[in-house]
Design a protein. Sequence first.
Length: 262
Amino acid sequence: MSTQVAVAKPSTGLGVTDRKDLWWISPLAVFLGLMLFIVYVTFRVFYNAHYVIDTATSAYLLSPVYSPLLIIEGLPPWFSPAILILWAPAGFRLTCYYYRKAYYRAFFFSPPACAVSERTKNGYRGETKLLIFQNIHRYFLYLALAFLVILAIDVVMACMWPDGAGGKTFGVSVGTLLLFINVFLLSLYTLSCHSLRHLIGGKIDCYSCSAMGRTRHKMWRGVSMLNRRHPLWAWLSLMMVPVTDFYIWMVSTGNFTDLRIF
Ligand code: FES
């Protein structure tokens, strides 16, 4: 005589889990953080003013939202030059391996967290079909590296103050420091990229066999070290962009004075 054992069917449905911890806090924080960023930057893009300070008595400050400065004749007033700029950094973030995990969880509940049931029961299909575009992350990385150079040039220009006699003199203000911190954090984020790590350390059989291999190994170790904190650099660099832009906006409208430190 055979014995039959009834096995309870696991319950499914969005958010069903046996977890007892506050697993929903992380996706909620990601949702709020990204929404805050998206709403602010979208507003600033279409505000389309007060993003550059270029006077005879102050440092040259350009908001990272509008860098590089594009002056295009004949554009309708509603067309912001930031639209022509931001698709590249936005594409870099959108296709970032860390952000994918974060926004798949926070925006699409796919799944909301580890060991928490997801929205759809269609089965895991990976990043195929519509999501195949995520594979272009490496190409956005090349653009992001170019943006680091552009933003570093903005910092150099923010250190050149008018000397009152038609020339330039070195100076550093709070605005200069904000621009520097901004490009520094963006550098940590970009240089800790998973694609860059693969680009530097991948497709090689022997590191120690040549001087180039040994150099690549050292660089790979450096990128790997940064890579461990990639989510942290992602958030810090994301938040620094609106902070820097807001400061320049306020200085430009006369609400703040850009304090010269030396
Ligand atoms: S993986 Fe995040 S920027 Fe490349």
